[in-house]
Design a protein around this ligand. Structure first.
Ligand SMILES: [Cu+2]
Length: 182
């Protein structure tokens, strides 16, 4: 009797999985994915990398490739204004932070929705970030990243310590890319 009951539970779970798989298939046949892409440029227009953001059901996947940099660890964030005016790029505003948190995943009051893992640039001068920001939406919802004033991807001169408000003690802004809906 007990054994028969135990077998029934996994069968019920299996039925649930199969149902959600069908729903995903229907979504794929729908409208094209929501994406935004940009080039990160230094103060003199020098190319420092590219970033592509893709909205997913669970959040937004951020893929960035940094190039032409000295080997090291660099902070990269999503800033709240889509304006990149060198040489300081302060025009990009602070980190995207619609939930009014403090900076950094290691800050008990954090993180900002615009916080990202550091980019580690190797001896070849390139490095990548591949990270899904849970709950971040490019368009729609209560606080989309691509709102009226857009957003920017900003690269900093030093690493993010993941806890010092407001920007992880990551130093100057050295490259910037404007994000717009595609
Ligand atoms: Cu930043």
């Amino acid at each position: 009797m007990r054994r028969a009951f135990a077998v029934g539970v996994p069968l019920a779970l299996l039925a649930g999985c199969s149902h959600s798989g069908t729903s995903l298939g229907a979504t794929r046949a729908g409208p094209p994915p929501i994406e935004a892409t940009t080039q990160l440029l230094g103060p003199n227009g020098e190319l420092r990398g590219t970033a592509t953001l893709s909205q997913r059901p669970e959040g937004t996947l951020v893929r960035a490739r940094i190039e032409g940099m000295i080997a090291g660890t660099y902070a990269i964030h999503l800033h709240s204004v889509g304006k990149c005016e060198g040489p300081k790029f302060t025009s990009a505003g602070g980190h995207f932070n619609p939930t009014m948190k403090m900076h950094g995943k290691d800050n008990p009051m954090g993180p900002h929705l615009g916080d990202l893992p550091n980019v580690v640039v190797g001896p070849g001068g390139t490095g990548t970030v591949d990270f899904t920001v849970p709950g971040l939406m490019l368009v729609g919802g209560t606080a989309p990243l691509l709102d009226a004033d857009g957003a920017a991807v900003v690269l900093h001169a030093g690493p993010d310590d993941y806890k010092t408000d407001p920007s992880g003690a990551s130093g100057d802004r050295i490259a910037c890319g404007v994000l717009a809906a595609r």
